[in-house]
Write a protein that binds this ligand. Structure first.
Ligand SMILES: Cc1cc2nc3c(=O)[nH]c(=O)nc-3n(C[C@H](O)[C@H](O)[C@H](O)COP(=O)(O)O)c2cc1C
Length: 150
């Protein structure tokens, strides 16, 4: 059975909702999932997983979650060769060019760690809606599983 670790950073709960939806979608596909808040997670936790996911919020005009900066630095320095990664997060389209910038920055950190991209980055506007965003996150999870099984 494939294993996944899903790490989220949140202030108002939207990215926890995103992480919960991804966890549900992965579990439906038979993946064993551990979901963790970023301050209690360690990049080393990814070493036991086949699929590694981060769900970060973006703050202050494109900034990473401050409580996730150590995790981000450790991710850049990690060796995750052979792991499949995906990044999905909620931001606010109001911030235009900085919309969900932290999602793409975490994607770059996974690339630096040598992980394999399993799905396109997902950018969600505010709270995930029950129709369109759930479908997007189901497809994201399915792509990760497919890549991990390849
Ligand atoms: C002061 C402030 C700055 C923000 N800056 C950005 C930003 O640069 N880009 C973005 O996409 N969203 C930005 N947001 C919106 C949050 O990322 C968005 O509300 C997100 O859903 C919060 O996630 P959370 O509920 O998991 O905390 C900002 C919100 C606040 C309050």
């Amino acid at each position: 059975m494939a294993k996944a670790v899903v790490v989220y950073a949140t202030i108002t709960g939207n990215n926890q909702d995103v992480a919960d939806l991804i966890t549900d979608a992965l579990e439906k596909q038979g993946v064993e999932v551990e979901e963790e808040e970023i301050t209690t997670a360690d990049v080393e936790d990814f070493e036991d997983a086949d699929i590694c996911v981060v769900c970060p919020y973006t703050y202050d005009e494109g900034a990473l979650p401050e409580e996730g900066l150590d995790f981000y630095d450790d991710l850049n320095d990690a060796d995750l060769a052979g792991k499949v990664y995906g990044v999905a997060g909620s931001g606010d389209t109001f911030y235009a060019d900085d919309f969900c910038r932290a999602v793409d920055d975490f994607g770059k950190a996974f690339e630096a760690a040598g992980a394999t991209k399993g799905a396109e980055n997902v950018h969600i506007d505010l709270a995930p809606d029950e129709d369109e965003d759930v479908k997007k996150l189901d497809a994201f999870a399915a792509a990760l599983v497919k890549k991990a099984e390849a």
